[in-house]
Design a protein around this ligand. Structure first.
Ligand code: PHE
Length: 472
């Protein structure tokens, strides 16, 4: 086809878009409550170690695979597969009989798992994202002033989420926003919007941090967040930190690979990777500080779990000076974070249909967007009529999807990426690819060691632990 692949306009555009993918509900909704439940600072330390030792090398590997092949996850693996002696294999089809087909290890299935994971994640992610949109409106309408207690806020949220219609409408609106951005393509859609939304996100975050730090009693929140008590650390804490590192960096499903596939050869991959990881970690830490200083200043509990953001915080905003404005800002922040992540997931699936099935971008975006809207409906109803409808493992539809992907598919995808780059395609060609935009790449040896040994081992351990049922 005569279609030339689009590329990012600028390196900063790529960094902002990739940071936009990484910074999401994982940073602002999940990270604070997991930290709250796992004892605070000690968890934060271990999380940062996981980010540096495992997240950073795998992110680099994903970007390299994308840029080398200039393809979606399925196409990327297929482009670099080599003939195998493994007893697990498939034969490629050759039209020409003189070239007999050779056996290949089906690495492309790893890319397929990524695209499938994208479908599943977006179906439930966009439901939670829809709630953030609803809560911007609730905050602006002054609803939070009715929340005398966390219980009152919790009941209100429960009622909202369990009605069938409104959450589905917000889920639809959120999908429309994602579709509207992705349909415009890389430079005019994704890059342009991330260049506006990511600085806005950072600005709002800083305002919220200043508000949190200047509240009387904020120091208790700071201590909880920054003074580690390692007696609280268990095996479970380590596993939770590793799982969160994967989710927060958007690793294991090919979203980062897809964004990497729109990079041109002169870009500096290690530099971009470092900036994205740094930014994602900073946002999680600042969001945690802003939230815990506020929660402690209002003498509420930090360990509310998944309800921290939708139950505890609205009650916090009701009590804090300036809470009306900060409440609106907080949910705008959450909405932006979710939107730029959702866009990256949608783009990954769209790239698959455009590259592999020759669909036009418009057809791919609209079809995939519509399918995700539909598969998200039961996820939304899981908080109401379908709450007790158990799909498998004693979980309802929403919980089952989240559990399946976050706990199994993403780590498995990450393991396969590390094994593929470390052992099948090989670190040598990967390093050559990186050196095109970064001639020295001084950390090449460290990176090779991490991606071949440390990453696969660590991830295999989490997967195994989950498999034999160690709770997270
Ligand atoms: N990293 C995103 C977040 O923290 C979630 C995500 C996962 C996005 C996988 C893309 C791919 O919310």
């Amino acid at each position: 086809m005569g279609n030339k692949r689009e590329h990012w306009g600028t390196q900063i555009g790529f960094i902002l878009a990739t940071a936009g993918s990484a910074v999401g509900l994982g940073n602002i909704w999940k990270f604070p409550y997991i930290t709250g439940k796992n004892g605070g600072a000690a968890f934060v330390f271990i999380y940062i170690a996981c980010i540096i030792l495992i997240g950073l090398p795998i992110m680099l590997a994903e970007i390299v695979l994308g840029r080398r092949t200039q393809k979606n996850p399925v196409g990327a693996y297929r482009a670099l597969e080599k003939p195998t002696h493994s007893f697990i294999h498939y034969h490629r089809h050759y039209a020409n009989k003189e070239h007999p087909s050779k056996p290949y290890f089906p690495w492309f299935l790893a890319g397929g798992l990524g695209v499938l994971s994208g479908f599943i994640i977006l179906s439930f992610y966009s439901v939670v994202a829809g709630w953030t949109l609803a809560y911007i409106i609730e905050a602006a309408a002054g609803t939070f002033t009715k929340f005398e207690s966390v219980e009152a806020a919790g009941n209100y949220f429960g009622q909202f989420a369990s009605t069938p219609l409104m959450p589905i409408i917000y889920h639809a609106l959120f999908m429309f926003a994602s579709i509207g951005i992705v349909i415009k393509g890389i430079q005019n859609g994704i890059e342009r919007w991330n260049k506006i939304l990511m600085p806005a996100l950072f600005g709002i975050l800083i305002l919220l941090l200043i508000r949190g730090l200047t509240l009387p009693g904020a120091h208790e929140g700071i201590a909880f967040f920054l003074k580690p008590d390692f007696s609280l650390v268990t095996w479970k804490t380590v596993l939770a930190a590793l799982g969160q590192a994967f989710f927060t960096l958007s690793l294991g499903m090919g979203a980062i690979m897809t964004y990497g596939s729109y990079l041109s050869k002169q870009e500096n991959i290690p530099h971009a990777t470092f900036m994205v990881v740094l930014f994602d970690t900073l946002v999680a830490l600042i969001a945690g500080l802003a939230i815990f200083t506020s929660v402690f200043a209002m003498k509420l509990s930090p360990s509310a779990g998944p309800g921290l953001v939708f139950h505890t915080l609205p009650a916090v905003f009701n009590q804090m000076p300036g809470g009306y404005i900060f409440g609106i800002l907080f949910f705008v922040l959450l909405f932006i974070a979710a939107l730029t992540s959702s866009v990256s997931i949608l783009e990954t699936i769209v790239a698959y249909f455009v590259d592999e099935k020759n669909w036009t971008r418009g057809k791919a975006v609209l079809t995939v967007g519509a399918v995700i809207f539909i598969t998200g409906i039961p996820a939304s109803l899981s908080f109401g009529p379908l709450a007790e409808f158990k799909i498998a493992m004693g979980k309802n539809y929403f919980d089952f999807l989240d559990h399946l992907v976050s706990n199994y598919f993403l780590p498995l995808g990450g393991l396969l990426i590390a094994l593929f780059v470390g052992w099948s395609w090989g670190v040598k060609p990967a390093i050559e690819e990186i050196r095109q935009g970064n001639p020295t790449f001084p950390t090449a040896n460290i990176w090779s060691f991490m991606i071949r040994f440390i990453c696969p081992l660590a991830v295999a351990i989490i997967l195994f632990a989950k498999f034999i049922g160690i709770e997270f």
